[in-house]
Design a protein around this ligand. Sequence first.
Ligand SMILES: C[S@@+](CC[C@H](N)C(=O)[O-])C[C@H]1O[C@@H](n2cnc3c(N)ncnc32)[C@H](O)[C@@H]1O
Length: 210
Amino acid sequence: MASKSANASRLIKSYPIISTQMDSKRLEIILEQLESVLDNAIEGDIVEFGCYEGTTTLFMRRLLEEVSSPKALHAYDSFEGLPAKSIEDASVAGSAFKEGELRVSKRDLLYNFKKANLKPPIIHKKWFNQLQDKDVPDAIAFAFLDGDFFNSIKVSLEIVWPKLSKQGIVVIDDYMRSNLPGATRAVDDFFNDMTIKTKHQNNLAIVQKN
Ligand SMILES: C[S@@+](CC[C@H](N)C(=O)[O-])C[C@H]1O[C@@H](n2cnc3c(N)ncnc32)[C@H](O)[C@@H]1O
């Protein structure tokens, strides 16, 4: 998988991380994985499931511009905030992460791109389980999944994995994070029966398709 990328660390030093939903360590890992996919000319587009106000999306766009990549960038979100938790999401965090939390508008996301003078992503305002096949590119090179909860991660994996190109990479946030146990359960359940090597680093699960 990816090695250290000079672009990733330089971009992170040069631009602000606009929300507390991402930190520089995880962002660097995500950008390194994305860059390795771009370096290796893996077929397909870039998708983010759970884009919120674009904290990570902005940096993915910057990296695509940096290497003059023509790949499309798709951002998916309900823009209604988090859905209700399921039983798999129960944790010591108790009532933290409430339904409707992290609600921002599509306009907020567009504004952040305008302010940064960057081309906006292709935005899909829908619950993940209401997406149709045509809403998702036929070939995906890189996916960042950040829907926090069991059902959100499960459905995003079900959508993304069949369309992920050979040697494409999916990164899932909140893996092994004790207050969001649903993310770990969804990843473990999904890859349980597959002979796929998953790597875990800084609360990220990183999976490359054989
Ligand atoms: C932690 S935030 C994402 C943070 C973002 N990736 C970043 O780097 O700043 C989680 C987002 O996922 C969205 N989300 C969670 N489950 C969803 C679902 N089932 N369908 C659509 N959006 C969902 C929420 O609306 C929220 O904006």
